[in-house]
Design a protein around this ligand. Structure first.
Ligand code: SF4
Ligand code: SF4
Ligand code: SF4
Ligand code: FES
Length: 963
């Protein structure tokens, strides 16, 4: 693949009825509403242009695209003139040539003519257009009033703004408004003084800009340009691939010079992102070549020994021998593996196969255990399949959008931009979240209702919405009668007075009137869509809540067409895929239970080995068994258990008892501190395979360089399995996908060849749906009838007490990702270099805490210190932090409570206390003994510093402690 410039048709596509026009004698038929500029381009005639580009609406400011139209006076701008049936357009006349040259002359009289040394030389539309209009001289000279000395803004770490080169076309402003939806830019000043300004004329870095890069992409000159291009030069080739950060799964063109990545450009043909990106995918890829990458395998006998670098053969032989030895001593069930949602489908499939076939047990689990496992359970119970119902584009048909326990502008930014576009068009928004997230009020978007519920009361809130729907006669009876079952039992359950908004007002903190109004709005639709995140799943009732949302959608008929649905926003890039590939201990690929002998036979025939019928251990069971001494060896593929899993001290205790811990990752992470073997992993720039995003879209991941480690991860798993006595090999990852397709009905039509041909497909993709399935459950649910499940609200055992009177909830921010292993090794740290604790001003005042003070955050299981940030986004009584930085180790305070059905940890509800540790005067460093993450004495006065975060002493409290 080698495409460096996109075709630009000048203005966005229109959707009207067909009309026929003639451009320079060429006939072309286009939808009504199409601009003359676009119609011309579609007919093969390129009209010169500068201020128009097809990713934003036309503006008509540069006057370069003038045309003449038969029967009309003057020379209209073709970008703002819509076609009319029978219109005859001339784009090349002596008059037009004169006018265009004059326009260009004016532009160039105020433009530094340093083309030969300009970073955009060869990739500049101004330069191109000067050539196209045939300008030979600038009559006004260059000595007049100009902007040559305007000061460059290099504050953003990834792109620079050089106002001397700006032609004030406002493409950047429109991109920020229309594509990104941040409205960070304006054209300030008038006439000659007009200039692009970020915010109120401040540097980009301190403005509202979220560094998505849309303006840089839209800029036709070198004014806004990637610093990597300025430093390295323009790319010479490109490879199409997929972002390895969040579950949106944006497609990118990796643009290279030789083998060096120069920039990542979002792909306009990408089904998930259609040319947009966020700061992570667009700019934060430098970790792949970071100096701290480990590139060679390492082993050690004991975790107190120093690492010894070895070759791959020795590492594989050593690991195989140790695993085999453990099994000989403790039995075949004493070892297991954990797959990673950051790896490709092919890498995950091979790893779970290694466990089931070579280890001979089902002790395989995945990091989805700690995020979206309740989604898998809840949607399977109600709809029959463990996946979101819609494609992202579906939101463009939604009339009411309900966002529950998700923060899309930070967690899923490119989808958030799409959602905000729909909201600006008039869709109504309901936000159910303890925090006032950005979406509640952002430029041109205001939620109709924000229900600031108390953490842990999701199920009570959604049941109360269902109560309103049922008792006020808002049910879609036809849909329910035709498509669902077990409705009556459920309806009787939610109709009970104790499910009413009034009954739960006090426990949830949500005013009953607001809840009723929001429920009516959702039921009225006509198209209502639910989008949710980890704020739904990471609860002791995560699975209950997923089923409760499914109930509500079914009761109102909001399933099975565009604009509706129940949609998990997946955290990591391949959470969906890692689950699809059979990473759970009870399910083979395609969510089929291991106890089903017919399913096992399919795999056994292909794999040539028996598969155990009993489900294996989940991650928490592995930890418990390790502490019991019955589980002795673990292979961890790309997951930092010691930072990301709850109750860190418990996790570390379990890891440190293992006889063999194998960690495969890019960097020596926190978990590697307990490892005996470190196998270097590959970054997404080296991987060859597929990721599956939150909308079930299977995207190709193509290598832009060979593995820097010398081995693909799927090769490592094959070699390890082979060394343990189960021969496993593939010639290419496409063969792994072929095997997946052969044993998984929903993937039967998927192959690399197909993906290379069509770009991407959404599963199910098989004979019944050869082009994939953008929207599920259209004619019937996967399980036949949609099943209503009664969802009683059971309060979590995690309660606030006098000792721990606040509730902590956790999440992520835009510029960092998960445990930060990648983003902390990029310039993204300029936006977020430490975790902070958001606390409501009233809670802070009560405790004598000022903004920026270092505070101790303690729960009954642990404590840590971090700076406080006063924020009225918080509900009083609720505090919030992120877990991107190991120095804070926020998960040291989260508890062992978990979802009843799936063991997904209850990260979102922890009873805590916050106490001041030290007051940090402005611009002064933290006092000694009070460093971030350091443990403190129980009285909160500083005390003996402990390394990083620490567990609370035994007996300092329990869930019901009132001390
Ligand atoms: S980078 Fe994105 S958010 Fe920032 S100004 Fe440009 S378009 Fe707006
Ligand atoms: S910065 Fe670029 S896109 Fe924005 S007005 Fe100037 S030239 Fe146009
Ligand atoms: S939205 Fe997600 S997938 Fe897209 S560029 Fe950002 S991190 Fe990558
Ligand atoms: S491209 Fe039409 S006015 Fe600028």
């Amino acid at each position: 693949m080698n495409r460096l410039r996109d075709e630009d048709l000048g203005t966005p596509a229109a959707t009207g009825a067909p009309v026929t026009v003639h451009v320079d004698g060429r006939e072309v038929t286009v939808p009504a509403g199409t601009s003359v500029l676009r119609a011309a381009a579609l007919s093969g005639v390129d009209i010169p242009k500068l201020c128009a580009t097809d990713s934003v609406q036309a503006f008509g400011s540069c006057r370069l695209c003038l045309v003449e139209v038969d029967g009309q006076r003057g020379t209209p701008a073709s970008c703002t003139t819509p076609v009319a049936d029978g219109m005859r357009v001339s784009t090349q006349t002596p008059k037009l040539a004169r006018l265009r040259a004059a326009v260009m002359e004016l532009y160039l009289s105020d433009h530094p003519l340093d083309c030969l040394t300009c970073a955009a030389n060869g990739d500049c539309e101004l330069q191109d257009m000067a050539g196209v209009v045939g300008l030979r001289q600038v009559r006004y000279g260059y000595d007049g009033h100009n902007h040559f000395d305007d000061v460059r803004d290099d504050s953003n770490p990834y792109f620079s703004y050089d106002p001397a080169k700006c032609i004030v076309c406002s493409r950047c402003v429109r991109a920020c408004d229309e594509v990104q939806g941040t409205f960070a830019l304006t054209i300030a000043g008038r006439g000659f003084d007009s200039r692009v300004a970020a915010g109120a004329g401040e540097p980009f870095l301190s403005s509202e800009c979220v560094s998505c890069g849309a303006c840089v992409r839209a800029c036709p000159t070198e004014t806004l340009m990637e610093k990597s291009v300025i430093n390295l030069g323009l790319p010479t080739r490109s490879v199409s691939t997929t972002c390895a950060y969040c579950g949106v799964g944006c497609s990118f063109r990796a643009e290279l010079r030789g083998n060096e990545v120069v920039r990542m450009v979002p792909d306009r043909d990408g089904g998930a992102n259609e040319g947009h990106s966020c700061v992570k995918g667009r700019f934060a890829w430098g970790y792949a070549t970071h100096a701290e990458r480990v590139l060679a395998p390492m082993i050690r006998e004991k975790i107190t020994d120093p690492w010894r670098e070895v070759g791959w053969d020795e590492a594989i032989a050593y690991t195989a021998a140790r695993f085999t030895g453990i099994q000989a001593t403790y039995g075949s069930g004493a070892i297991g593996g954990i797959t990673s949602s950051r790896c490709t489908n092919e890498e995950v499939f091979v790893l779970q196969k290694m466990v089931r076939a070579a280890f001979g047990n089902n002790n395989v689990d995945t990091c989805a255990r700690v995020c979206h496992s309740p989604t898998g359970y809840g949607l399977k119970q109600t709809f029959g399949t463990s996946a979101g119902t819609q494609n992202f584009a579906s939101v463009e048909q939604a009339d009411v959008i309900m966002v529950i326990g998700a923060n899309p502008t930070d967690g899923h930014p490119v989808f958030a931009s799409r959602m905000k576009r729909r909201l600006r068009e008039g869709a109504q928004l309901i936000v159910v979240d303890p925090r006032r997230i950005d979406l509640v009020r952002s430029p041109h978007v205001t939620a109709a209702y924000h229900l600031p519920l108390r953490p842990g009361t999701n199920v009570a809130v959604i049941n109360a919405m269902a109560h309103v729907v049922v008792t006020e006669g808002l049910v879609d009876n036809d849909f329910v009668a035709a498509r669902c079952e077990e409705y009556d039992t459920w309806a009787a359950f939610v109709s009970q007075p104790e499910c009413s908004p009034e009954a739960v007002e006090e426990s949830t903190g949500v005013p009953a009137a607001d809840l009723r109004a929001a429920a009516r709005l959702y039921a009225a639709g006509p198209n209502s869509a639910i989008y949710y995140g980890l704020g739904v799943t990471e609860h002791s009732q995560g699975s209950t809540m997923v089923m409760a949302m499914a109930n509500l959608a079914m009761a109102t008929g909001n399933i099975g067409r565009e604009g509706v649905g129940v949609n998990p926003l997946r955290g990591q890039n391949n959470v969906q895929g890692s689950c699809d590939m059979g990473s759970f201990p009870h399910e083979l690929a395609g969510y089929r239970h291991v106890s089903d002998s017919a399913v096992r036979e399919v795999f056994e025939a292909v794999w040539g080995t028996p598969i155990q019928a009993e489900p294996g251990l989940r991650i928490p069971n592995m930890f418990a068994a390790a502490l019991d001494g019955t589980f002795r060896g673990l292979f961890v593929q790309g997951e930092d258990l010691a930072q990301s899993d709850p109750n860190t001290e418990h996790v570390k205790a379990a890891l440190s008892t293992l006889d063999l811990l194998v960690v495969q990752d890019l960097f020596l992470n926190e978990t590697a501190a307990y490892a005996h073997v470190f196998l270097p992993g590959t970054s997404f720039l080296e991987k060859d395979g597929t990721f599956t995003n939150a909308e079930r879209r299977i995207n190709r991941v193509r290598p832009v360089m060979p593995p820097r480690t010398g081995r693909h991860e799927w090769e490592v798993a094959c070699e390890l399995a082979t060394a343990m006595g189960y021969p496993m090999s593939y010639g290419h990852p496409s063969e792994i996908m072929d095997e997946v397709a052969s044993v998984t009905p929903t993937f039967a039509g998927v192959s690399f060849a197909k993906l290379d041909k069509v770009g991407s497909v959404q599963w199910p993709c098989n004979d019944a749906a050869p082009d994939g399935t953008p929207v599920m459950h259209v004619d019937g649910f996967v399980r036949g009838k949609g099943r209503f499940v009664a969802t009683p609200y059971v309060a979590t055992d995690e309660r606030t007490t006098r000792r721990y009177p606040l509730l902590l909830t956790t999440g992520r921010i835009l510029t960092q990702y998960n445990v930060g292993a990648q983003t902390r090794r990029t310039e993204n740290v300029v936006w977020h270099d430490q975790d902070v604790l958001d606390i409501h001003p009233a809670d802070a005042e009560l405790r004598g805490i000022r903004d920026g003070d270092l505070v101790e955050l303690s729960s009954r299981v642990g404590r840590t210190t971090l700076p406080a940030k006063l924020s009225d986004r918080m509900t009083p009584g609720v505090v919030y932090t992120t877990f991107h930085h190991p120095v804070t180790g926020a998960n040291v305070v989260t508890t062992e409570y978990s979802d009843w059905a799936t063991n997904c940890p209850e990260y979102k509800v922890t009873a805590v206390q916050v106490t001041p540790v030290s007051r940090v005067p402005a611009a002064a460093p933290a006092a000694a003994g009070a460093e971030i993450g350091a443990g403190v004495a129980p009285d909160g006065t500083g005390g003996e510093p402990a390394p990083v975060a620490v567990a609370a002493p035994a007996g300092t409290g329990s869930g019901t402690d009132a001390g």
